[in-house]
Design a protein around this ligand. Structure first.
Ligand code: NDP
Ligand code: A1CAB
Length: 277
């Protein structure tokens, strides 16, 4: 189904590239279907055009804004400017997929053509390797077919769940920002390995494979994380000694607070943008 659709990206930053790279990598769409623009960074556009061998003549707002599917991938603060400047080019036979954190479908709907279908999406940067955890929620004028198209796009670059919009800020705090928490953990583990006497290369290799293996265990065994943790933890052994230190530092509490703070920030950003629109 995607083979026939054109996809235009407004915004050419890390999220746009992650989605673009994932779609091309999975061969879900061809390079000819893609157009992308940003605001001013011509070097960046050139870099993407060359890296993904895109058609140079299509990298213009008129092409992007007339694509069957427009993916809005600018920072939330830039959404008003984009819609005020280019919103008039959209029409009801297109779909707008917005990945902007915190921006509600109802706010977007107020600034696009008539009953244009608007879908709010929260992917994460693991799109680039086909492993995003993406949540989507439809706005008021989305047909089942349009929702299915959005699901197909993001299914090709990871998993997709459809959620009620009231849950999108929570999703943003957990899986939108989530890769950064995991990279933080990876940085900490790598540094700790070095402190324990390993070379940087060995520490990185062991860290990466440990995270990958643990994720695969969660996925493939279907066991609860708690059960898998218990299986590693021999009574009186090394893991128990290590986990006791994490408990002393209340790592679980810190992670909970981080996710809740990120969720609250998503709400705040949406409210701030709504005022400026
Ligand atoms: N990064 C992430 O992990 C995730 C991000 N998101 C969401 O994705 C969106 C983009 O984030 P990210 O890719 O990290 O941001 P970046 O800062 O990397 O990219 C933003 C892009 O938007 C462009 N832009 C800004 N203003 C305009 C404009 N008026 N017209 C056209 N293009 C414009 C910028 O162009 P220029 O450089 O020329 O100014 C730049 O290419 C955000 O809303 C964020 O909430 C969602 C999930 C995860
Ligand atoms: O940090 C941000 O605001 C974006 C949204 C989710 C991940 N990155």
């Amino acid at each position: 189904m995607l083979q026939e659709r054109t996809i235009g990206f407004i915004g050419a930053g890390s999220m746009a590239e992650a989605i673009l790279a994932g779609l091309l990598r999975q061969k879900e769409v061809s390079r000819k279907q893609i157009s992308i623009i940003n605001r001013e960074d011509q070097e960046r556009l050139k870099e993407l055009t060359e890296r993904y061998r895109l058609d140079e003549t299509k990298q213009r707002i008129e092409t992007v804004a007339k694509s069957d599917i427009v993916i809005l991938a600018v920072k939330p603060k830039d959404v008003p400017e984009v819609l005020q400047t280019w919103g008039h080019l959209f029409s009801e036979d297109q779909m707008l997929l917005s990945v902007a954190a915190g921006i509600s479908t109802s706010l977007l709907e107020q600034h696009v053509a008539g009953k244009m279908a608007v879908i709010r999406v929260m992917p994460n940067t693991s799109c680039a390797v086909g492993q995003s955890a993406t949540a989507i929620c439809p706005g008021s004028h989305v047909s089942p077919e349009q929702l299915e198209t959005a699901r197909l796009i993001f299914r090709s670059i990871g998993s997709v769940i459809v959620v009620d919009e009231s849950l999108m800020d929570a999703v943003t705090g957990l899986s939108g920002s989530g890769p950064a928490y995991v990279y933080y953990l990876a940085e900490s583990l790598e540094a700790a390995g070095i402190s324990a006497g390993l070379s940087p290369e060995t520490s990185r290799a062991l860290t990466v494979q440990t995270l990958l293996g643990a994720s695969q265990m969660l996925l493939k065994t279907g066991k609860a994380a708690e059960e898998l943790r218990r299986e590693v933890t021999s009574p009186g052994g090394t893991t128990m000694a290590g986990l006791e230190v994490l408990d002393q530092y209340q790592l679980d509490e810190a992670i909970k607070k981080a996710v809740l703070r990120a969720k609250a920030r998503s709400v705040e950003m949406g409210q701030q943008i709504a005022i400026t629109f």
